[in-house]
Write a protein that binds this ligand. Structure first.
Ligand SMILES: Nc1nc2c(ncn2[C@@H]2O[C@H](COP(=O)(O)OP(=O)(O)OP(=O)(O)O)[C@@H](O)[C@H]2O)c(=O)[nH]1
Ligand SMILES: [Mg+2]
Length: 825
């Protein structure tokens, strides 16, 4: 017989942990409420006919948020054969509130009291026999984390499902029961008997979704309304609160008999830690130090070391096994740089010819002798000035070396016996994937177009993304630890005091912080925010902060146009932060974000040492989704981009293009077609337009695309950029690409987290429009000051600014009262 067992319970009670252990799956577990947002199904191990469903955590069956609706609808529409109600044993009273409602559904219920390991450690005792008697259903003790009792719980649920015996009802106060009986009679008497009670109670509470679903006529409603009113008058309270109260009275009665607390009045370890960590004064500094460490370890030390290896080694030319030869190769490359530079500066053709490593006839012995001769002829006081170019940012800077430097460079070159600056000549060199694949393709005589597709298209594009994996894994590992131990939940609490002032929730800071590394985990981190409005707002604005992938193009613009001023890149962070804050202030004054007041309600889960398995699983879960993206969306887009930029019409025939003919490509045609859109921003040329579009695939593409499109050579690119852009238009280009829609992968993340196509479209449209407006203002107003006045443009810019200022300072009062009355005794 096929059976379905649903796991239902409060957020953070351990449902997913139990689900994973029962089904052997790998669903995400975190020590904060609201981890699971969709229902997940799996087969019970060794029982292929039993399906287990993991549901989002809920506090009650009166849903307020998206995932609560998912859970409730599942329970009342699909009606599983049994409910395994996971109850957090350390928080029995609050958890039983949901239990009382689950028991009314007419579905067999088994209560599993979880976290028994903690309960026992804290010296509490739960009398399960007594609880089982009082509730009228089976109660088992488990520890999902340690795995104890979980199979018994599953067996009990299977047995309950087979017996089909619903839980006997627990009565409310006489008057309430009377009204409910009337409602049952008037509205739901044609329903299966065991379902009537739950619906009747909901109708009593005036649950509009239920009333709508049952299609109760106006007449009947008016009739039962009288009964409800009568009860409300008697209790001098509203119907929903009366039921809530009744439930707590009932729980209060049973809990006295079942819960034994050995050490009353003592602070638990968690409380003691929280006294320090969430302290008014210490909370923030502690948080900053911890986040600095996380960031430092993952971005600067371990992570960047690993990412450099992945980018330059594995997906680059190759790497030195165990790092042997690296130092020597670098020394040689520096020496060659000095020799070539000074030879250029002094116009010494002989040296340049002798050091032409590309040449077929390169002869180390000849190079050594020429270099020796050159060095001998140089006076120690000589000075050579030449230009060097940074490989990554294409930044060109001037370097001056003395004759002394040339002599020591020559010594190194001689010592290395005229080896080239190719690192493969030193130590044990392991070639990178592109090199290996390239060789393989050559050996197979692959046609040129296919090699180009595989090497320039797929490996270059996908490799660039996969190169970030090590760094991200380190970051995810550390974050997973902070989440699992319970600290993440505290950060939000600490930061809420500050963030509240500009309309964001305290929980928005974590995504922003993570977003400085990569927007995707940043957006994913917004899950910590249960309030729908704050969460959406955070998802929409997080990617304004410069992520790692945006740094190269920021550096390129800074270098090519602003003489490498560090203020440009520092400024990018300020602009990103300002965009987030201004958007927060403006958006919350618009209709979709105004809505319900958002009280900061957050349950602080108890700290605990996470298991290694959980932390690794959570790291892998996130890392894997990143890798999967590289294999799907990025793979596809690199192929398309490669095709568009390598093919086009030359003299009326469609052919594959050479490097120089990129102007004939379909991509160029496309760029020309859309360039007008960006004209008001000051950079309506097709190259910049295309670069902005390819930036949507991955922001690193902006530099790469500009490099290719501005006719080869890296020096040319900088010169071309300096020629095409002025300071004002260059800045406008930078700001637009910083703030506009993020890369596709991040858009995908937005889509997943928003869980709605409409909201995703809104978010991306907002980002693009906001970026466009700001860039337009920069260009038009900057233009007016630098002699490029465009009257219409200026008027539009002034209107835009006026609009923004109006939105920023428009008075807004956030309601400070909850609309729902919650009474807890
Ligand atoms: N000490 C202890 N911790 C547990 C136990 N079961 C779960 N946890 C921890 O409790 C936290 C929450 O677990 P989850 O399984 O994500 O909880 P959930 O009920 O699925 O939460 P939501 O998806 O947010 O509703 C995690 O940090 C788990 O490691 C247990 O038996 N003992
Ligand atoms: Mg869960």
């Amino acid at each position: 017989m096929n059976l379905t067992i649903a796991l239902a319970g409060n957020p953070n009670s351990g449902k997913t942990t139990l689900f994973n252990s029962l089904t052997g799956s790998n669903q995400f577990v975190g020590n904060w409420p609201g981890v699971t947002v969709e229902k997940k199904e799996g087969k019970l191990k060794k029982h292929s006919d039993v399906t287990i469903t993991d549901l989002p955590g809920i506090y009650s069956l009166s849903p307020y948020t998206m995932e609560e609706v998912v859970a409730r609808n599942y329970l009342i529409e699909e009606r599983p054969d049994a409910i395994l109600n996971i109850v957090d044993g350390t928080n029995l009273e609050r958890n039983l509130y949901l239990t009382t409602q689950l028991c009314e559904l007419g579905i067999p219920v088994v209560v599993a009291i979880n976290m028994m390991d903690v309960v026992e450690k804290n010296g509490y005792k739960i009398n399960t026999a007594e609880l089982s008697r009082a509730l009228g259903c089976k109660v088992v003790e488990i520890s999902a984390l340690k795995g104890s009792g979980v199979l018994d719980a599953a067996e009990a649920a299977i047995k309950a499902a087979e017996d089909k015996k619903p839980v006997p009802k627990h009565p409310f106060d006489g008057t309430v029961e009377h009204a409910i009986a009337h409602i049952e009679e008037a509205c739901v008497h044609d329903m299966p008997e065991e379902q009537q009670r739950w619906y009747a109670v909901k109708i009593f509470e005036r649950d509009d979704k239920v009333i709508e679903k049952l299609g109760i006529s106006e007449q009947t409603r008016a009739h039962i309304e009288k009964d409800i009113k009568a009860v409300e008058d008697e209790y001098d309270d509203d119907a929903e609160s009366i039921i809530t109260n009744e439930r707590y009275v009932y729980i209060g009665k049973i809990i006295n008999g079942v819960y034994k607390n050995k050490q009353k009045g003592q602070l638990s370890t968690s409380d003691k830690i929280d006294k320090v960590v969430t302290n008014r004064w210490l909370g923030l500094p502690i948080f900053l130090v911890i986040m600095f460490l996380v960031y430092y370890i993952s971005m600067v030390t371990v992570g960047s070391w690993a990412t450099d290896w992945a980018n330059d080694g594995l997906f680059g030319d190759g790497w030195h096994l165990f790092g042997i030869g690296t130092a020597q190769a670098e020394e040689q490359a520096d020496a060659v740089g000095v020799l070539v530079g000074s030879a250029e500066a002094s116009g010494n053709e002989a040296i340049l010819e002798a050091l032409d490593f590309e040449s077929e006839s390169y002869d180390p012995a000849k190079a050594v002798s020429t270099v020796k001769e050159f060095a001998a002829g140089v006076k120690t006081t000589d000075e050579f000035t030449f230009e060097v170019e940074d490989e990554e940012t294409l930044e060109v800077s001037e370097e001056t070396v003395t004759g002394e430097d040339v002599k020591s460079a020559a010594e190194i070159f001689v010592k290395n016996e005229g080896k080239t600056d190719d690192p493969a000549e030193f130590g044990v060199w392991v070639p990178g994937i592109p090199v290996l694949v390239g060789r393989g393709l050559d050996a197979l005589n692959t046609p040129a177009w296919l090699s180009s597709l595989i090497l320039d298209g797929i490996i270059a594009g996908v490799g660039a993304v996969l190169g970030f994996v090590p760094q991200l894994l380190v970051l995810f590992l550390l974050l997973a630890f902070l989440e699992a131990c319970g600290y993440m939940a505290r950060i939000a609490f600490v930061l809420d005091r500050i963030f509240r002032r500009f309309g964001l929730s305290g929980k928005s800071f974590i995504p922003i912080l993570i977003g400085t590394g990569c927007g995707i985990p940043g957006i994913m981190a917004s899950r910590t925010i249960e309030n729908e409005r704050d969460r959406r707002m955070t998802i929409m604005t997080t990617t304004f902060i410069p992520c790692g992938a945006k740094i190269p193009f920021i550096a390129m613009i800074a270098g090519a146009i602003f003489g490498g001023s560090p203020w440009v890149s520092t400024g990018a962070y300020f602009i990103g932060m300002a965009a987030i804050i201004c958007s927060g202030i403006m958006l919350k004054k618009t209709k979709p974000f105004a809505g319900e007041p958002a009280p900061f309600v957050m349950e602080l889960p108890a700290y605990h040492m996470p298991t290694l398995g959980n932390v690794l699983r959570s790291m892998w879960e996130r890392g894997w989704s990143f890798i999967k993206k590289a294999g799907t969306i990025i793979l596809l887009s690199t192929i398309v981009l490669w095709f568009l930029s390598r093919f086009g019409f030359v003299d009326g025939t469609f052919t594959m293009l050479g490097e120089e003919e990129i102007g004939n490509s379909m991509l160029a045609a496309f760029g020309n077609a859309i360039a007008w859109i960006f004209a008001p921003l000051g950079w309506g040329n097709w190259q910049a337009a295309v670069a902005s579009i390819t930036g949507l695939i991955a922001k690193e593409n902006i530099v790469a695309t500009m490099g290719t499109l501005y006719g080869g050579g890296q020096l040319n690119t900088w010169a071309a950029i300096a020629q095409v852009f002025t300071g004002v238009t260059g800045f406008s280009f930078l700001v637009f690409n910083l703030l506009c829609a993020p890369c596709f992968a991040a858009m995908g993340a937005i889509k997943r987290e928003m869980n709605s196509g409409k909201w995703t479209a809104f978010a991306i449209a907002y980002q693009c429009l906001f970026a466009y407006a700001v860039a337009l203002c920069i260009n038009q107003i900057g233009g007016a000051f630098t002699g490029n006045l465009n009257v219409i443009g200026l008027i539009i810019a002034i209107l835009l600014i006026a609009g923004m200022v109006f939105m920023l300072f428009k008075p807004y009062k956030e309601a400070d009262k909850l609309t729902k009355k919650v009474k807890i005794k």
